[in-house]
Design a binder for this molecule. Structure first.
Ligand SMILES: Cc1ncc(COP(=O)(O)O)c(C=O)c1O
Length: 355
């Protein structure tokens, strides 16, 4: 053991850093980003909105409060519900676990968003995964049993789920919210594409938290996410949040984005339309799962071909996510983000060639 290793926590030492592929791809469909930039006429207005920010000063609490109030208003939150801002929703997920007592077990149905396990492991928390059913639905019985057995527990549910795109039935989630000694975190990263939400349930559910991000709707570069929950949770989470975690530039940009919410809603509607077209086209060639998000999970007819197909698409300048290495339920699976109509057409042509 070298000197450095002696200092590093076991949960950190035994894993790799989160891998982000480098290189420029003309068609980038691997990370659920929106293919649409801010319309050109809005970019100048955005720059204008940023012009007077005092970059010599730390972000002010009043500015954060303004952003929170606007988010709360646009989401129609009740008075007892509070909001916390994050440098991406990843940071919020991390802050939730930083604030939790060591005896709280982290539970998630899998396969799901990898950060739930990654953050738990890095923070040295116990992580229990409960396999999804074969159709990627929730195994409510098995989840309930795990929550009871490992109480107190925090349950992470991506709604819809990444990487499967599944929108779990509302009744399944409500049944899990009833389990004693459990906090349910509903992660609504893909809300613009599913248009279903648990924000409305917050007022009557003091053990529920809802997390949102603006990353998937055209603002991934800003790094901004938010959480809504009973104000008592917000008080505790605020203690682990670093003081100026959201920059003044981001805070002002979010206010700007809220002024133009209709532009982002229109882009999301276009992507929902394209998702339908992509799904129908893929259905004839591969196994593809229905998705309520801005991506589709699919498996080529010969699962062992996934690696080769991923490589062929790359050679054609198209990057999708290769999940084949994850094995298990994701054996031979690839995930494609919905792009512009032209990008999707190019992807379908290149896939047909590779198949
Ligand atoms: C379910 C889910 N939650 C959260 C995130 C992270 O988003 P952010 O960019 O806000 O950190 C992702 C990103 O892929 C995701 O799939």
């Amino acid at each position: 053991m070298t000197d450095i290793e002696r200092f590093i926590a076991q949960g950190v030492r035994r894993r790799d850093a989160y891998h982000v592929p480098s290189g420029a791809f003309p068609i980038k469909l691997d990370a659920m980003e929106s293919p649409y930039r801010l319309p050109i006429e809005l970019r100048d207005r955005w720059l204008h909105a940023l012009r007077d920010i005092a970059l010599n000063r730390y972000p002010s609490p009043d500015h954060y409060e303004r952003v929170k109030a606007r988010l709360a208003r646009s989401a129609g939150l009740a008075a007892d519900t509070g909001v916390i801002l994050g440098n991406g929703s990843d940071e919020i997920l991390q802050n939730i676990l930083l604030a939790m007592a060591p005896e709280v077990t982290v539970v998630a149905p899998t396969p799901t968003f990898v950060m739930y396990e990654q953050i738990a492991s890095i923070l040295g928390r116990r992580f229990v995964s409960v396999p999804l059913k074969e159709d990627f639905g929730l195994d409510v019985g098995a989840l309930k049993a795990a929550l009871v057995r490992h109480a107190p527990a925090v349950l992470f549910l991506a709604y819809p789920n990444n990487p499967t795109g599944t929108l779990y039935p509302e009744g399944d989630i409500r049944a899990l919210m009833e389990v004693d000694d459990t906090v349910v975190v509903v992660d609504e990263a893909y809300h613009p594409f599913a248009q279903a939400s648990f924000l409305g349930a917050l007022a009557e559910a003091p053990r529920l938290m809802v997390v949102r991000t603006l990353s998937k709707q055209g603002l991934a570069g800003l790094r901004f996410g938010w959480l809504a929950a009973d104000r008592r949770w917000i008080t505790e989470l605020d203690k682990v949040r670093l003081p100026y975690n959201v920059s003044s530039v981001t805070a002002a940009s979010i206010e700007f984005a809220l002024d133009y919410a209709d532009v982002f809603a229109d882009q999301a509607a276009r992507l929902r339309g394209e998702r339908g077209r992509l799904y129908e086209a893929l259905r004839g060639q591969v196994t593809v799962w229905p998705s309520e998000a801005n991506f589709l999970l699919f498996r080529p007819p010969v699962a062992e071909d996934a690696e080769r197909i991923h490589g062929r698409l790359k050679e054609a300048g198209i990057l999708v996510k290769n999940l084949a290495g994850a094995g298990g339920a994701l054996r031979g699976c690839l995930r494609v983000t919905v792009g512009t109509p032209a990008e999707n057409t190019a992807f379908l042509a290149a896939l047909a060639q590779a198949l």
